[in-house]
Ligand binder design. Sequence first.
Ligand code: MG
Length: 324
Amino acid sequence: MTDTAGNPVSATALPMTVPLPGLPDRIRIHEVGARDGLQNEKTVVPTEVKARFIRRLAEAGLTTIEATSFVRPEWVPQLADAEQLFPLLGEIADVGDVELPVLVPNERGLDRALALGVRRIAVFGSATETFAARNLNRTVDGSLAMFEPVVARAKADGVGVRGYLSMCFGDPWEGAVPVAQVVRVARALMDLGCDELSLGDTIGVATPGHVVALLAALDEAGVPTASIGVHFHDTYGQALSNTLAALQRGVTTVDASAGGLGGCPYAKSATGNLATEDLVWMLDGLGVATGVDLGALTATSVWMAEQLGRPSPSRTVRALSHKE
Ligand code: MG
């Protein structure tokens, strides 16, 4: 089997579909490569390349593509071009029903986002005090107080709000993070008015039983599973097992990063964010619809890896693009 250029390609370009009982028919992938992924890449990517990347992600069938971040430009130089990028994304509307949420840490960031016509934002909370201090220079409760007017103003404007919650399963400075501690902050973010919560395994230490225990505790605390997204990192090779456990528990929103972009900022490891291709391979095999064309997505990640000058850490991208 060869591609159009005569290079051999994998004989198994798609998995055989064999459903597993107890899974949703369809899930929504929240694609984070352009924001969470690039934010952690050292090579600064030109604005036009980012716009092309996002357009290709949309063409591959992704419908929620986190585009950038409205933090102070000096904090995250990679994403300092939000004002230049956003006008280039107007064309994405041609591709279909695509949402382009952005990260907004405070009211200043919200003003910038609203001025560009953003309709969906995310705030970035922490389940632990150490990460809140290091990432936001605030206590956990201080950061919630900072988000309060952001969420209130966004909701008043009809703008959707996702609440990220980092370090839900472990923290590099504090170690294990008690489930009750995560539930308290999760509940507080929902009480502020967030309509979606993304549970972040920021250092990738979660295992499936821990995932199910946290989802059960959140359900008991009145945080509905329907409003939860999961954000796993593959640092220890657990991201897909954790995802499957979450899907079996009723979760239908999964965060992933095209090509596994992003590395891991808290561990010197090649793998960070769950690669969207690895996720889509599993879901195609399970017959769970995502709307994503795995071939088009893989080609996009191969192209992006060339822009960054390093190979994609995604196993699926490597397998599908391998040439003898
Ligand atoms: Mg991440």
